[in-house]
Design a binder for this molecule. Structure first.
Ligand SMILES: [Zn+2]
Length: 299
């Protein structure tokens, strides 16, 4: 029985840089794997020095990034994509500088309701979002965590009717994860992998900032066979990803030998499972979940 897995991401390109190989693996294994992209990415900067910025005289960045997202989605193979269309808040060190009208300034119930509508339509068994601190402190990434948690609560609440003209049935999710793309163990493995193949470590400084007693991930999903798809998705973000840059500074074979997984934290589970997991679907029987939670014959 195929499962339904929903990934919630902040900007176009996050679906490529976080969890892409996991998503591609579950697609290939026959599951329904759905992407929610919360913002338009319009406040991003061009991060690839090889990108021809002259293009932006004719085409707005939001349009460029929408096209890049579509190409990345094709590389990963997501079954469906929902773009919530909130305005990118932009990077701000001081949260007080976030402009009004942007995603991170949207009331949680408003953004949460938009996500709840998708959750009720897609009825995922598993949802993957960001950790509470966003994974890194971009206001939209912190907001993505908050909106996911509020959206899941609204989706499950029978008192939340959604669109009054077309009320939707509640849906409860079995498992919620935070992608924790770079736990210390992965940074250490990639650092050692670079040294082992005789190249300078680009992870040493990063490693030094991490606590040695950092808890290990709750789940490690083996997905090295899909790293090439992840890299193709990254390269699809031509305005954001330098094909000669940081994302590719560990040779693929060395990365696969050192750390062939993508790591996750389990934020909530309504099924019994034993940590650490090797599969986001561990402990889950999608049929039984649908029978217990779902409304047979709908959706
Ligand atoms: Zn982002």
């Amino acid at each position: 029985m195929p499962a339904r897995i929903l990934f919630v991401h902040a900007h176009p390109d996050d679906e490529a840089s976080k969890g892409a190989a996991t998503a591609a693996r579950y697609v290939d294994e026959g599951h329904r794997v759905v992407l929610v992209s919360c913002t338009d990415g319009a406040a991003g900067e061009v991060l690839n020095p090889r990108f021809d910025t002259g293009l932006l005289d004719a085409v707005p960045l939001a349009r460029v990034r929408a096209d890049e997202l579509a190409a990345s989605v094709r590389a990963i193979g997501f079954t469906a994509t929902h773009r919530l269309g909130f305005a990118d808040s932009g990077w701000h060190e001081d949260p007080a500088d976030v402009p009004d009208g942007t995603f991170a300034r949207t009331p949680l119930d408003v953004a949460g309701a938009a996500l709840a509508a998708v959750v009720r339509a897609e009825r995922p068994h598993v949802v993957v979002t960001y950790p509470e601190d966003g994974g890194y402190p971009h206001p939209d990434h912190i907001m993505t965590h908050l909106v996911t948690m509020r959206g899941l609560a609204l989706a499950a609440d029978p008192a939340h009717t959604g669109d009054a003209a077309a009320p939707t049935a509640p849906w409860r999710v079995a498992k919620v994860y935070a992608g924790s793309a770079f736990p210390r163990e992965r940074i250490l493995a990639l650092h050692e992998a670079q040294l082992a193949v005789g190249i300078e470590s680009t992870h040493a400084e990063w490693l030094a900032t991490r606590r040695e007693d950092e808890p290990p991930p709750d789940a490690r999903v083996r997905c090295d066979a899909w790293f090439a798809r992840r890299d193709a998705a990254l390269r699809a973000h031509v305005s954001q990803v330098d094909p000669e840059g940081d994302w590719f500074d560990v040779p693929l074979a060395a990365e696969i030998a050192a750390y062939p997984w993508e790591p996750y934290q389990l934020l909530a589970s309504e099924v019994v499972t034993r940590l650490p997991e090797e599969d986001l679907l561990a402990g889950l029987d999608p049929d039984a979940w649908d029978a217990a939670v779902g409304q047979p014959g709908t959706g």
